[in-house]
Design a protein around this ligand. Structure first.
Ligand code: VNL
Length: 415
């Protein structure tokens, strides 16, 4: 009797110990800084929803740590992004920083990531040079050179020789303009005019008038996610399509967040990008369905997929380091990750910490009464051409010595 009592007491004590163990379970904090209000609010909404979906699908405990997602609204003002990131590092002691809706935000936080040795997972911003601003940055979105070059290979083969470019006047726009033009010129085409519109409260009308007067075969556009519908509306209102000017651009302009409301005028618009909600894979179908079900029918766009995959990179780094790693170890475990994303296969280049992925050519079509970016061609495993440039230089010297290049980056991508 006495022995049994003792055993029972021991069992109870063990139970209490294990429960208190759960209570005291250490947290793993992710500081997600996003534009939740203001001009870039759709980007914040898409990424937060995707991060929460990832957690709902994969659980909130990894390697014995409870994941805590702390979301902060920077209203897309880089001073705010910096202040919030500082607070997250110092007060909340976050293990990882993530988000970054626009390039100036990512650039403002880069030095803090370096000083505090905190990995910074860039889920949206897409200027090539961002990953060079801190060795702690890993990117799961895309780069504008990556997206633009594919379109500049497609255009001249499809009757588009003379082009006017129209871009938002900041990092990603300048990248798009430069890389599109270089490649188009290389392919025998011509950029006859380069127009830049302000990032804040842009009025496209006066620019579109100039485009009309220049009479190009096509207008190439980059505007950040959320601004595409306004460009499309004014393009159609001015009858540019009827004047024989084609609209082409990176997929930011036919953003899945807005595309379905753009109307039939958007039909036939060709863009190049890394993600379409219509990407025909089983994984993507499931992603789109679950995302939509959890968010009142909202269609995920390329921002959502950057957020979803960013969470994957963080979860798997935590798992690989068995919950024991600091910033340096986590960063090491993020580098080189390779996996199937809803966008297709992707990997994090261990050298550049940037995303390597397939880039698709897509055309706006109607499917089941809804507008989609339907993929019709793919360029496999595209590295950021902003960095490949330097590699090409190396390749040139390698080829002098050996009569051959040094593998994939030394070959011209086949369109
Ligand atoms: C950026 C690039 C932002 C592409 C975007 O949408 C975008 C950026 C907010 O690097 O600032 O579609």
């Amino acid at each position: 009797m006495k022995k049994r009592f003792l055993l029972q007491t021991l069992a109870l004590a063990a139970l209490a110990a294990s429960t208190s163990g759960v209570m005291a379970q250490e947290k793993f904090k992710i500081g997600l800084v996003l534009p939740m209000t203001g001009q870039q609010a759709t980007t914040g909404r898409q990424i937060e929803a995707a991060a929460r979906l990832y957690m709902a699908q994969h659980g909130d405990t990894v390697a014995g740590k409870k994941i805590e997602l702390i979301v902060k609204d920077d209203t897309s003002l880089p001073d705010q992004t910096r202040r919030l990131a500082q607070e997250l590092i110092v007060n909340d002691k976050v293990n990882v920083l993530a988000g970054m809706g626009i390039t100036p935000s990512a650039m403002a936080v880069a030095p803090l990531a370096t000083q505090s040795k905190t990995p910074l997972v860039v889920m949206a911003a897409a200027t090539s040079s961002i990953t060079e601003a801190s060795p702690y940055i890993v990117r799961t979105s895309f780069t504008l050179p990556q997206a633009s070059v594919a379109l500049a290979d497609w255009a001249p083969k499809n009757g588009i020789k003379k082009v006017v470019t129209l871009v938002s006047d900041y990092g990603p726009g300048i990248d798009a303009e430069k890389f599109f033009k270089e490649r188009l010129t290389f392919n025998g085409g011509q950029v006859i005019e380069q127009l830049r519109v302000p990032l804040r409260n842009p009025d496209f009308a006066p620019f579109l008038q100039k485009v009309r007067d220049a009479k190009p075969d096509a207008l190439f556009v980059f505007v950040p996610s959320g601004a595409g519908a306004a460009v499309m509306k004014q393009f159609l209102e001015r009858g540019m399509d009827k004047a024989g000017i084609k609209l082409i651009g990176t997929g930011d302009v036919t953003d899945d967040d807005q595309l379905n409301d753009m109307g039939d005028g958007a039909l036939g618009v060709v863009t190049s990008h890394h993600y379409s909600a219509a990407h025909p894979s089983a994984l993507n179908k499931k992603f789109v369905e679950s995302f939509s079900a959890a968010n009142k029918g909202l269609r995920p766009n390329f921002m959502a997929v950057g957020g979803y995959d960013g969470m994957r990179v963080i979860y798997e780094a935590l798992r690989a380091t068995k919950g024991q790693g600091g910033g340096e170890a986590l960063l090491g475990a993020m580098k080189g990750q390779i996996f199937e994303s809803p966008r297709g296969k992707m990997f994090i280049d261990a050298q550049t910490r940037d995303v390597v992925q397939d880039i698709y050519l897509r055309k706006v079509e109607k499917k089941d009464g809804q507008l989609f970016n339907v993929e019709f061609d793919v360029i496999k495993d595209v590295k950021d051409p902003g960095k490949v440039k330097f590699l090409l230089f190396v390749c040139f010297f390698l080829s002098l010595g050996e009569g051959g290049g040094g593998g994939q980056p030394c070959q011209r991508p086949q369109p």
